[in-house]
Design a binder for this molecule. Structure first.
Ligand SMILES: [Zn+2]
Ligand SMILES: [Zn+2]
Length: 1011
């Protein structure tokens, strides 16, 4: 006996009970351990950041990560997989700042870095349990008990080891450079972070400014009006830092006379600037302007701001105050004639190109903005945030007659990806990893990686590597892995430390207090003696980019090399598989790849699925602000995890974005899961009635064409799903499974129903049971990686009820293997034709307005080859029964199409046509009536609550024609309705009676359970 199954079920409740079983029987751990000794399959789990509750995209990555190792385990691979948590970084700090109601680094330091970091630790721990719950509920099987946690001392120590390796290879340096800087967060961003925060249509000022020439132009001026160089900028706040103007040496410039003065600008850009009225005085080559002096807009000395100057070695030196400061025009190959005026404003403290020009020309360096983005000194607009100072600066210049025009433009501008503050480019000291030194290795390493979808490989990811720049990896923050570099307070020497014992063994080591915590501020207390001069070595203040943490997980999760020394050789490295969303090409995918190539000279993952983002139903990004976030627990509670999983696997190709629509989850559940459930409950119901016992391997080969066909399809399915999964094609595999379940339900079961109903337990019935049983059991195993709950439910009931010695869970079973001998391509073709003919036949009937229950005489099929005739011969009984037609004839497609007329309804479609006779003889009409009555009685049996195998007595009252119809088809009616007798009057003591109107006739029907 199988466990009885309701025809409708609550998937969420079923899943909950299966979760309990898995936990009780420890199935995940056992599924891994059972394969020990098999070939290794390694998954690296990308750690989610614990700074918010888990969202739908976490489910998406989780289930894609889950399916492949499940499959591999069923194929005999040993695949322990360990989860991980990303716990450091700005996002966590921001969250705590918000809780404390503070928003600057000064406030954090006043509050105390120790207390602040403790709150960061508590904050990430607070989100942990929600993530654990979700991962469990959606059945992402990953070891969370031993999960790696980036804030643990051991993890940090491995990161230190990695940094030291790079340090020893000369790959880490401190550079004074212009870096994208978030003034709110008070820290630099790496280029991959910047690339995540561009916003189009950002409104900014667009101003044309006049710089007064103090030197002499190589032109005789007709009057004594002042001369100005016209420059253009969208960042007025940088103007007080201007120390040069640049021109293109070979471009043509022009001196114009306007109302009150003379203006110099590029000749080609005059129309774009849009002057009202001007006279052209003379054309000049750019190089003729080089060296001409002009008055700075703001002399830094007058506003209490330091003026530095680039030295020959690239260093900066403070300068004495000068009253009449002049700056000069320089030439630059970066000056283009695309926009502006062809004269470029240079502020070396605020732009990469500007900084380089400053070094090259020995320019002044004026940094009148602090790291919080506020203007310093005593300018009228001092103390303001740079963007807020813009209008006041414009007003100031206007009042001094130095502004030609001011407008606003919309352009693309980078914002902090975390806090959405506009970034400023700011010259400061930053620590770098010299990834460019290993650029070739990064690129050739990528050659060995399989990307799904493939275009990412040399597209998004390959481009990123091609345009590689050094990784700015220090952060001037608090909650992160401290940068393991110490600096001598006396002689300035640096030392990099690669581990805690190394640190403790340093000469003069002091400041250590138990328990060890490698975070700030405790690590900042640890000092030792300088090996060069004996001075005190203190740690530099920076922490590192949290992407370094996650990118170091292949080694840091195992505390390598302090433990697990054989990690690199024993099969645990590199990973066979990783999977995350597409934004990680510049995030985790990159940091993993870069660290691995820099440390070991090779990539650390072989295959990667790169998933598209989840959008809302309208195609918009989900965000808390917009209020369109879908919470995964709510979806799972309604439809179950399997439905959500199946939806996410099938909604679109893995690399494409998914527009999440809850209705579609429901639709998927109805169309796929419920269809399969119906087949399953149908099987269980009849199998229990007939006391069917699976015969296993020894079942005789089926004789019915239908059985052979579905077994052929089944084996083809096993082959296809196996091949797709082997190639990381999860969506493909799911589509095949959907196609099979559709064929199983709508062709195999539909055409076999009668074989299960019939009362004789003959070989044909047994063959149908064996066949359907094999299909369902095989499906359970094929579905196990995708819908682990439903697969388990099917397996538990179908397999374990019959064979208690079988593996205790579908996830402990082997993946099915194909029996090629059962694949019959011809039979598959034949059935495809049969299904096509039936679908055409049904549409012909509905066109003619004749119900399927009304038998018809002849079906003509127009075939285009003899081949098709043979095919139809083989499947004719199925077609006749499906279309309720007495005989099948062939002819050419044209002839059958030509039958169109009064007595035939015709349809044609791609190489075939069908025609059905519409003339209904009296005998056919009587048979149709018998069928209509059977249908009504079946419904009454259900309403009366009879068991499917209960025998009944049937009663009716109707006119003579119906009596005659019923008596000529009495055997048929009795067989179909399990009626022991049919009575021509309806007594009072029936279980149920009802009056029906059928084709204009009235009939009273009654049913009663037979003794
Ligand atoms: Zn920020
Ligand atoms: Zn020293």
């Amino acid at each position: 006996m199988f466990k009885p199954v309701e025809s409708r079920t609550s998937f969420p409740r079923m899943e909950e009970s299966i979760l309990e079983q898995w936990k009780k029987k420890d199935v995940f751990r056992r599924s891994v351990e059972a394969r020990e000794g098999g070939p290794r399959f390694v998954l690296f789990d990308g750690p989610p950041t614990l700074n918010g509750n888990p969202a739908l995209h976490h489910v998406l990555t989780s289930i894609f990560k889950d399916a492949i190792p499940r499959y591999k385990v069923m194929k005999g691979y040993f695949a322990p997989r360990i989860g991980g948590w990303d716990t450091h970084g700005l996002p966590v700090e921001l969250e705590v700042e918000k809780k404390l109601g503070i928003s600057s680094k000064t406030q954090i330091e006043e509050y105390g870095v120790d207390r602040f970091n403790e709150l960061c630790r508590q904050s990430v721990n607070g989100y942990l349990s929600e993530f654990e719950k979700l991962i469990e509920r959606v059945a992402y099987w990953v070891d969370l008990e031993n999960a790696y946690v980036t804030m643990k001392n051991e993890y940090i120590e491995s990161c230190w080891w990695a940094i030291k390796q790079m340090w020893d290879k000369g790959l880490i340096y401190q550079g004074y450079r212009v870096t994208p800087h978030c003034p709110r967060c008070g820290t630099s961003l790496s280029s991959h972070e910047v690339s995540q925060g561009y916003k189009d249509d950002t409104e900014d000022p667009s101003v044309y400014i006049k710089f007064k020439v103090t030197g002499k132009l190589p032109v005789d001026l007709p009057g004594d009006k002042p001369v100005y160089l016209l420059a253009w900028t969208t960042t007025p706040w940088t103007l007080a830092g201007n120390t040069a103007l640049a021109v293109a040496p070979d471009a043509e410039y022009v001196l114009l006379e306007v109302k009150e003065d003379y203006l110099v600008m590029a000749a080609g850009l005059v129309p774009a600037v849009g002057l009202d009225d001007y006279n052209e005085i003379k054309k000049l080559a750019g190089k003729e302007l080089v060296g001409i002096g002009y008055q700075p807009l703001f002399n830094p000395h007058e506003f209490d701001v330091e003026r530095l100057k680039f030295q020959k070695d690239g260093g900066l030196q403070a300068q004495k105050p000068v009253k009449d400061l002049t700056y000069k025009v320089i030439s630059g190959d970066f000056v283009t004639m695309e926009d502006g005026t062809g004269i470029v404003h240079i502020a070396p403290a605020f732009g990469e190109v500007d900084y380089e020009a400053g070094k090259e020309w020995g320019l002044d360096f004026v940094q009148q903005v602090d790291l919080q983005g506020n203007i310093i000194g005593s300018y009228p607009f001092a103390g303001k945030f740079v963007k807020d100072a813009d209008p006041e600066i414009i007003e100031d210049l206007k009042s001094r007659g130095l502004l030609l025009r001011s407008e606003t433009i919309k352009h693309t501008y980078p914002f902090c990806w975390r806090c959405e503050t506009p970034l400023v480019y700011y010259a400061k000291a930053t620590w770098y990893i010299r990834t460019t030194a290993m650029k070739d290795g990064l690129i050739s390493g990528n050659d060995a990686i399989n990307w799904y979808p493939e275009h990412i490989k040399y597209g998004r990811f390959g481009d990123w590597l091609q345009n590689n720049i050094d990784w700015a990896f220090s952060r001037e923050r608090y909650w992160g892995t401290p940068l393991s570099v110490w600096r001598c307070e006396s002689c300035g020497a640096f030392e990099c430390v690669g581990g805690t014992s190394e640190l403790k063994e340093k000469d003069g080591f002091s400041g250590f207090k138990e328990p060890l915590d490698l975070h700030r501020p405790y690590v900042d207390e640890l000092t030792f003696n300088c090996s060069k001069c004996g001075g005190t070595m203190k740690r530099v203040p920076e922490v590192i980019d949290c992407w370094f943490d996650s990118g170091a997980m292949p080694i840091a999760q195992s505390h390598y090399p302090f433990e697990n020394e054989t990690l690199l050789e024993d099969g645990r490295f590199p990973a066979d598989y990783i999977c995350e969303a597409v934004d990680q090409t510049r995030g985790w995918f990159y940091s993993l790849h870069a660290i691995s190539v820099l440390l070991f000279g090779k990539p650390c993952f072989r295959n990667v699925i790169c998933l598209g983002h989840i959008l809302d139903a309208k195609g918009e990004k989900m965000s808390k602000r917009k209020g369109n976030v879908v919470w995964p627990f709510e979806v799972v509670e309604k439809y179950g995890a399997d439905a959500l999983r199946w939806y996410l696997y099938t909604a679109s190709a893995p690399g494409n974005p998914r527009q999440f629509d809850e209705k579609q989850v429901n639709e998927v559940s109805r169309r796929f899961l419920s269809t399969l459930w119906n087949v399953y409950s149908f099987f269980i119901m009849y199998a229990n009635i007939d006391d069917y016992k699976p015969t296993g391997e020894n079942a005789p080969l089926p004789e019915a064409e239908l059985d052979k066909w579905i077994l052929s399809e089944l084996n083809q399915l096993v082959k296809d799903v196996d091949a797709s999964l082997d190639n990381y094609g999860l969506t493909e595999a799911c589509r095949k499974l959907e196609g099979f379940v559709d064929g199983l339900s709508n062709w195999y079961v539909r055409r076999s129903r009668r074989r299960f109903w019939k009362s004789e337990n003959d070989a044909d019935k047994l063959s149908a049971y064996n066949t359907l049983y094999e299909c369902l059991v095989t499906l359970a195993k094929l579905l196990a990686p995708f819908t682990p709950f439903l697969a388990e439910e099917l397996y538990q009931n179908l397999v374990l009820s019959a064979a208690p010695d079988a593996p205790e869970s579908v996830h402990l079973a082997d993946f099915p293997s194909v029996d090629e001998s059962k694949i019959d391509r011809q039979l598959a073709e034949d059935n495809r034709l049969a299904m096509k003919v039936c679908s055409m036949g049904r549409s012909v009937r509905s066109q003619a307005g004749i119900k399927v229950r009304q038998p018809l005489e002849t079906l003509y099929v127009g075939v285009s080859s003899e081949h098709e005739e043979h095919a139809l011969d083989r499947v004719a009984p199925l077609v006749l029964e499906e279309l309720n037609v007495k005989e099948l004839k062939y002819d050419s497609v044209e002839k059958v199409t030509g039958l169109e007329g009064r007595e035939y309804a015709v349809a044609s479609e791609a190489g075939n046509s069908v025609a059905i006779t519409t003339f209904i003889t009296a005998e056919l009409e009587a048979e149709g009536m018998a069928r209509e009555i059977v249908h009504r009685v079946q419904n009454m049996r259900r309403s009366a609550g009879y068991d499917i195998a209960d025998h009944i007595k049937m009663y009716y009252e109707a006119d003579a024609w119906i009596m005659q119809s019923l008596s000529s088809f009495a055997d048929y009616v009795m067989q179909e309705t399990l009626a022991r007798e049919i009575d021509e009057s309806v007594p009072d003591d029936v279980d149920l009676k009802d009056t029906f109107k059928i084709s204009g006739y009235t009939i009273l029907l009654g049913v009663k359970k037979a003794e």
